[in-house]
Design a protein around this ligand. Structure first.
Ligand code: E4P
Length: 223
């Protein structure tokens, strides 16, 4: 199981990298637009924070030729180990095939249907990114879609991993993992919500009170 942070906010990446055992960071043009920063300097700063962790960067060209050139620019500036995110439509599948024949790492994105994931896997994608919440918004069962993709990959022995994305609550994240996602990418607040809540705070406060009643302000290493 792997977890990635779906943001390009540098301070958030710095903070959450120190807390969570992150596999890396995913971005897309919308996420990058929020930072209002120059494309490569921002991504290079992120690369500096995460070191050799995974960085997923989306190409935006309309044609295979454009996307190939973008992929080359991305790996030239950010390292060959950067995952090139390519939308899973026909031009994207063509691009994935070409990228894989030249040794790029590829993440198929904008996946709303298991059939896209299947074709992206056949094209050689390393990861497929089903959009869980966006599917739910279309009255498509995100959990079922992830489960179908997992079943297909298992049945055909595909090495492609499922990187479930687009989460708007933590329940969706757990649903995706229970359905067979290998990896999830989510915003920082999703991770915080998973471990910080009043019940947890209450339990910790109770333990602290009992400790202080017995041992005062001393810590274990002072006893
Ligand atoms: C993954 O990187 C996707 O681009 C992202 O999770 C989409 O999330 P959204 O549906 O919240 O825009």
């Amino acid at each position: 199981m792997e977890i990635l942070l779906d943001t390009a906010h540098v301070e958030t990446i710095r903070k959450y990298s120190s807390i969570y055992n992150l596999t890396g960071v995913t971005t897309n043009p919308t996420i990058l637009a929020r930072e209002k920063a120059e494309f490569f300097p921002l991504l290079q700063e992120i690369r500096g924070i995460i070191g050799d962790g995974q960085l997923h960067v989306q190409v935006t060209g309309n044609t295979c030729e454009e996307m190939m050139k973008e992929a080359e620019a991305v790996t030239d500036r950010l390292g060959k180990e950067t995952y090139i995110k390519v939308p899973a439509n026909e031009e994207g599948l063509k691009t994935m095939k070409a990228l894989k024949s030249r040794g790029f790492l590829v993440t198929a994105t904008a996946i709303y249907m298991p059939q896209q994931a299947m074709l992206a896997s056949v094209a050689g994608a390393d990861y497929v990114a089903p959009y869980f919440n966006r599917m739910n918004n279309m009255n498509v069962d995100g959990r079922q879609a992830v489960q179908d993709i997992a079943t297909l990959f298992r049945h055909f022995g595909r090495r492609t991993k499922i990187l479930a994305a687009s989460f708007h609550n933590t329940y969706q994240i757990m649903e995706a993992l229970m359905a067979g996602a290998d990896t999830v990418t989510a915003s920082a607040d999703m991770f915080t919500t998973m471990v910080e809540n009043p019940s947890v705070d209450g339990a910790i406060a109770d333990f602290r009170r009992d400790w202080t009643d017995t041992y005062g302000d001393r810590r274990i290493y002072e006893l």
